[in-house]
Design a protein around this ligand. Structure first.
Ligand code: ADP
Ligand code: ADP
Length: 226
């Protein structure tokens, strides 16, 4: 269960830049929300506030009924997938996927079960002994997804996860991410500047510009089709 609510949230960075203004947004449990807009409009800032990587400057961020403004990232029950994948270059795929569990003192058996299960779902079981440098872009992206999946988070956060892939792979990975959302039954918040990606993935799209939400609606609401 994870309902995320922003009430009158502002984000001002230390240099005074006002990156997000008066954000009011209610994300339902298990919803697939896409934050869409041009570079610099405040999408990552918004995602980072959910992750706890950036504090809100004022207003409230609420998970279910709890105000989480000052709750640190590791206590938020969220997992994040970055555009750059952020894999450990010297660790195997197996250890990259299992690392977060190891840090949480999960047993070897539990780590093994979860890593194998995620690898199977992502069809990378045959790659577990490799290192990131020995993988293609799409395979690296799957490893990054696997690392988030094994934590079994209530909220899955993705920041332009497909933007480093070529066009064909981007389209097939879209379908996989949509399938992952169905299978995991969790809330997804997904950042992209790619309108087609937003249309395919979203239950609802939040259109942002210059730190302000311009529109919130289903793909059909936003792109009225004749
Ligand atoms: P998007 O994800 O939509 O590309 P961001 O949320 O990354 O946008 O950035 C929104 C705005 O805030 C941009 O103008 C960016 O330059 C600025 N910004 C991002 N991080 C910082 C920071 N740490 N300090 C100051 N300004 C920042
Ligand atoms: P460390 O990083 O501490 O040296 P290892 O890389 O040896 O640890 O792996 C930690 C655990 O994960 C060990 O129990 C190991 O058997 C298991 N493991 C590592 N790679 C695989 C794999 N490809 N398939 C199954 N289990 C693995």
């Amino acid at each position: 269960m994870a309902r995320i609510r922003f009430t009158n949230v502002n984000k001002k960075y230390a240099n005074g830049f006002h990156a997000v203004r008066n954000l009011n947004l209610d994300i339902e449990d298990r919803e697939f929300i896409v934050l869409l807009g041009p570079s610099g409009c405040g999408k990552s800032t918004t995602l980072n506030m959910i992750a706890g990587l950036e504090e809100v400057s004022d207003g409230d961020l609420i998970f279910d009924e709890q105000v989480v403004n000052y709750v640190p990232p590791h206590k938020r029950d969220v997992a994040m997938v970055f555009q750059s994948y952020a894999l450990y270059p010297h660790k195997t795929v197996y250890d990259n996927i299992g690392f977060g569990l190891k840090m949480r003192n999960a047993s070897k058996e539990e780590i093994d079960e979860r890593v194998q299960d995620a690898a199977k779902k992502l069809e990378i079981s045959h790659l577990l002994d490799r290192r990131p440098s020995q993988l293609s872009g799409g395979q690296r992206q799957r490893v990054a997804l696997g690392r988030a999946m094994v934590r079994d988070p209530s909220v899955f956060l993705m920041d332009e996860p497909l933007s480093n892939l070529d066009a064909a792979l981007r389209i097939s990975m879209r379908a996989e991410i949509k399938e992952l959302h169905r299978a995991m039954e969790t809330t997804f918040v997904y950042v992209t500047h790619d309108q087609a990606e937003a249309l395919t993935l979203a239950d609802r799209i939040v259109v942002m510009n210059d730190g302000v939400v311009q529109q919130i609606g289903t793909p059909d609401d936003i792109y009225e089709r004749p």
